[in-house]
Design a protein around this ligand. Structure first.
Ligand code: AR6
Length: 184
């Protein structure tokens, strides 16, 4: 628990998670791809894609570290936040700052939409090859320090889910979050 927000790790397909907003690990085109992005587009359907296309026409896609929001289409969530994680490049090109920005910009956008619950996938740890341990440290620390820094009345989010798909990430998150639980 961080202030009034509960952090939970689950092993699940994020398209099945019932929260206000799920986050997508997209690419700069916003037009879908493989991994979690492919699963979200497939389950979300044509309305979700149509909104991505509109954003693309308006602002040329989404930059690395930034986030945009669309309907969730046929998914159980109300909205999808699409954020673009950095491609791991041996730590070059400010990849850690960019990954941190993905989490912060997603949390800010979720707050703007008055979300009470939010689910993150393990951004950049698949096709973009970011080391899983480092990515988990960044994800958890960024979410906790962002929530800690907000005045309580300003915060609507009361539940953040870290949705893991592979065993490695699940075990890393479980052990990292148990450490945080005992410290807070
Ligand atoms: N639910 C939850 N997590 C999932 C799911 C799912 N259905 N499917 C995969 N993961 P990746 P990236 C996990 O590759 O590394 C796409 O083509 C997976 O185990 O989806 O940020 C985009 O269009 C991994 O831990 O995203 C981009 O081009 C995590 O999601 C590129 O891949 C992220 O893996 C983005 O690469």
């Amino acid at each position: 628990m961080v202030h009034q927000t509960t952090l939970t790790v689950i092993k699940e397909d994020i398209t099945q998670v019932e929260v206000d907003i799920i986050v997508n690990a997209a690419n700069t085109s916003l037009l879908g791809g493989g991994g979690v992005d492919g699963a979200i587009h497939k389950a979300g359907g044509k309305d979700l894609l149509a909104e991505c296309v509109k954003i693309r026409e308006r602002q040329g896609g989404c930059k690395v570290g930034e986030a945009v929001i669309t309907t969730a289409g046929n998914l159980p969530a109300s909205y999808v936040i699409h954020t673009v994680g950095p491609v791991w490049n041996e730590g070059n090109n400010h990849v850690t700052d960019k990954l941190r920005a993905c989490y912060i910009n997603s949390l800010l956008l979720a707050r703007e939409y008055n979300a009470t619950s939010l689910a993150f996938p393990n951004i950049s740890t698949g096709i973009y090859r970011f080391p899983k341990q480092l990515a988990a440290e960044i994800a958890i620390e960024t979410v906790i320090s962002h929530l800690d820094s907000r005045i309580l009345e300003e915060q609507t989010i009361n539940h953040v889910y870290f949705v893991c798909f592979d065993n490695d990430n699940y075990n890393i998150y479980l052990s990292m979050l148990s450490k945080y639980d005992t410290e807070i």
